[in-house]
Design a protein around this ligand. Structure first.
Ligand code: ITT
Length: 203
């Protein structure tokens, strides 16, 4: 496939998605490349419904193959909050992290477990086909911030597999381990499968 729109207004997500899919598409467009992108209301409590809605609305609007991401962080001690509302938990990344650290004050390390979840949708307007892929990453919410990379909650998310905070990972490391990286890897496998490349062949 030649062109694809990455339907996100989050530049951190855009760069991670592009880095993983670089060999799969010719040109990557972000919402900023269009004069008049519509705003898609993420009004479902389900990542799956939000991600399909984002991909379909943008794909139909520009009549282009579109990839969308709906993701979030679920903190076990907060009964899974902020989850699908992760981007609305505070006014910006700084505020959201402060709020989470305050909510977790006094919670011991072993009870600070959390999981990042990512749902990635590919929508192809020509045939109105949609596909969704999922990935997760388990870790812990640290006591303070560490690292300067990534975006969102990365400075307070400790990744046991790497013994580093997510904001201390290089983009290559983060994409290898992360929820988004895993979902995109599944998408990549699908794009290269016989099922997708040669759908009329029966083997
Ligand atoms: P778009 O809807 O335009 O894609 P958004 O940032 O609003 O951008 P979401 O609604 O999917 O996206 O919100 C996901 C939030 O979860 C995001 O804003 C971050 O705060 C957090 N998040 C998701 N993936 C993350 C990651 O890899 N590292 C850190 N925080 C992440």
């Amino acid at each position: 496939m030649k062109n694809v729109v990455i339907a996100t207004a989050n530049p951190g997500k855009f760069e991670e998605i592009r880095a993983i899919l670089i060999g799969e598409f010719g040109n990557f467009y972000s919402l900023k490349d269009f004069k008049d992108p519509i705003e898609v209301k993420e009004d479902s409590p389900l990542y799956l419904e939000n991600v399909l809605k984002k991909a379909r609305k943008i794909g139909d609007r520009f009549n282009m193959n579109t990839i969308a991401d709906d993701s979030g962080i679920e903190v076990f001690a907060l009964n899974g909050r902020p989850g699908v509302f992760s981007s609305r938990y505070g006014k910006d990344d700084e505020d959201r992290i402060n709020k989470m650290l305050i909510e977790l004050e006094g919670v011991p390390w072993e009870k600070r477990g959390a999981v990042f979840k990512a749902y990635i949708a590919l929508y192809m307007p020509e045939k109105q086909w949609s596909y969704v892929f999922y990935g997760s990453l388990r870790g812990y919410i640290g006591l303070t911030r560490r690292g300067k990379g990534g975006f969102g909650y990365d400075p307070v998310f400790y990744v046991p597999e790497a013994d580093k905070y997510a904001a201390e990972l290089t983009m290559e490391e983060k994409n290898r381990l992360s929820h988004r990286g895993k979902a995109l890897c599944a998408l990549k496998e699908f794009l290269n499968s016989d099922f997708f490349r040669n759908p009329t062949a029966v083997t």
